[in-house]
Design a protein around this ligand. Sequence first.
Ligand code: BV8
Length: 234
Amino acid sequence: MTVLTGSGLSAESGVPTFRDAQTGLWANFQPEELATPTAFRRNPRLVWEWYEWRRKLVAAAKPNPAHLALVELEQGVPRFTLVTQNVDGLHQRAGSREVIELHGNINRTKCFEEDRVVTDWPDTDEVPPRCPHCGGMLRPDVVWFEEALPETALTLALERSADCEVFLSIGTSTVVYPAAGLPFHARSRGATVVEINPSSTPLTKEADYVINGAAGLVLPELLRRWRGGKCSAR
Ligand code: BV8
């Protein structure tokens, strides 16, 4: 079984989805306008502060029943793979052991010049802070639009999508590529594709099963039925 999650999975943890209306100062911006290297070059302070705001939101959030259900599935299903587009680290905080992060992690920071993770840096008033090695600006270790995904993560995600029997696509609008291509790739290789989402997406008409509901309610119920032997998970 291979599972792809999107920001809808963290919605019930209080983390706004990527296309939810942004609040406060950020209401004037579309995420796509801020999550790019061009935006960072143009206004590094604005982009750094947006991520600081999101990091605080994520730090205050807790994994929800959907995250916890995926931890139990990982422990009980042979050959289980979790692939996420989310950058909030909530799967790991819930207890998922192997998480393929396609879009990086907001809790990691890297040097914009050297592209290497930095764990601590001099505490100055400068925003964004500076790399202790080269003096370049620091940035969040996430994949921005127009940036390539981490090759190892994408290759592994494609392999696990190609050789699974069941592919669950949960809480994603299925519009951001190449991640959005994974359920279609799985389907083309013979997997049974299940979509869990309160709304329809470009995948809905291609999926074998569509469960219109919130992940935090649907996944625990699926798990309950699986434990009761009412459905098989492969
Ligand atoms: C790439 C990290 C090529 C940052 C994110 C020009 C140049 C290059 C590429 C492109 C280009 N033009 C277009 C592209 C392709 C582009 C793309 O796909 N654009 C889209 C918008 C058309 N892709 C890229 O740029 C990618 N890179 O192609 O590089 C390349 C190759 C070699 C060399 C150089 C370049 C990079 C894409 C990664 C962008 N980074 N995140 C950050 O977070 O700040 S993407 C961002 O969107 C998040 O990761 C998010 O997860 C992801 C997808 O969104 P969703 O997760 O689906 O969230 P969304 O809000 O959309 O939907 C939520 C869903 O949940 C909804 O359906 C809702 O109904 C549902 N829901 C709500 N509540 C619940 C629920 N479901 C279940 N339960 C609930 N309770």
